[in-house]
Design a protein around this ligand. Structure first.
Ligand SMILES: [Zn+2]
Length: 325
């Protein structure tokens, strides 16, 4: 089924009915506020000329360098080639994409159609700065359909977040590092999903009871949880920090949502924290099997599954009282 509609018509809850017709569910006020919100995000994330020129220069240099390395057989094995994609969201600007080995992509970004490297790479013992890159599994190199184009636009939002210095680069030390990372991930995925789905709602589940914006907040929230609960090193060396993070989540979530201007949704998410924490912990256990060998993570996961409606904060408190530090 293909959609050939003016993207202006897709603001907010445009859904595709069974017969392929487009249904618009939102009223005019919803459409206007969503349109304004998207415009604000685009304005905030569009690199200025100097930032973009700097990115373009380093991306062109990197492209040239890596193409030679591939020809000479000196590129990293997972890199298969490079290309450029034009963004419709960001003034037809061009962005560098890398085509990578499918199995490697599945390992570093499980179940993702494409993903982003924010621009810092490890080479031996050195950290090398490279331009932020959209990574596309090689088997999808020639995909040009609407749905996949929207995925690339989503990833380009992340590239711009990296260029503008608002892409979270991994948690800093301590509980605060985890709380900041959660906030960064909620914002990053909320913005990327909102811009993607408001223009191309192909990946917006038609049977969802949630509004498009609510769905985008959910995408940010689950990403933030998966990120902060799926850190084997943290569970190994400072499990008490992860537990304190979980314990702080109900209050922290309210603060984070208020900062992002999405506070209307906070109560709904706090009420369902148990099922989302359980789902996130289950997913990261599947993606990172090494977590199963770490005692505190195993205990946490077991406790989350022992109750139909688990209270993650109470579980975290109990484990800390039992001596997890
Ligand atoms: Zn994303």
């Amino acid at each position: 089924m293909s959609l050939t509609v003016n993207s202006d018509e897709l603001w907010h809850a445009a859904r595709v009915a069974r017969d392929g017709a487009l249904e618009i569910h939102a009223d005019a006020a919803d459409c206007r506020s969503l349109r304004e919100r998207c415009a604000q995000i685009i304005e905030h994330l569009t690199p200025n000329k100097q930032e973009y020129d700097l990115y373009l220069g380093s991306a062109r240099d990197y492209d040239g360098l890596m193409r030679s390395a591939i020809r000479l057989g000196r590129a990293r094995v997972e890199t298969r080639g490079f290309g450029w994609r034009k963004s419709r969201l960001f003034n037809s600007r061009r962005y560098l994409v890398a085509f990578v080995d499918d199995a490697w992509a599945q390992e570093v970004a499980p179940d993702c159609d494409a993903f982003v490297s924010p621009g810092v790479e490890r080479s031996g013992t050195f950290l090398v700065t490279v331009p932020p890159l959209v990574m596309i599994p090689e088997s999808r190199k020639r995909l040009r359909n609407r749905a996949f184009r929207s995925v690339i636009e989503h990833e380009i939002v992340h590239v711009n977040q990296a260029i503008r210095g608002v892409y979270p680069l991994g948690p800093g030390p301590g509980v605060q590092g985890l709380l900041d990372e959660y906030q960064g991930r909620v914002r990053m995925e909320y913005q990327a999903n909102l811009l993607q789905l408001a223009h191309w709602p192909d990946h917006y589940p038609q049977d969802s009871d949630l509004s498009l914006e609510h769905w985008c907040v959910l995408r940010g929230h689950t990403d933030g949880l998966e990120r902060c609960l799926g850190l084997p090193e943290r569970w190994r060396t400072a499990p008490g920090d992860v537990l304190t993070f979980v314990e702080s989540l109900p209050q922290h979530l309210v603060v984070v949502f208020a900062k992002l201007g999405i506070d209307d949704f906070a109560e709904w998410f706090v009420a369902r924290l148990g099922s989302y924490v359980r789902a996130a912990a289950g997913l990261v256990a599947r993606w990172r099997p090494e977590l199963a060998a770490i005692g505190p993570f195993r205990e946490f996961l077991k406790a989350l599954h022992s109750d139909a409606t688990p209270d993650p904060a109470a579980i975290a408190r109990r484990l800390r009282r039992a001596g997890v530090r």
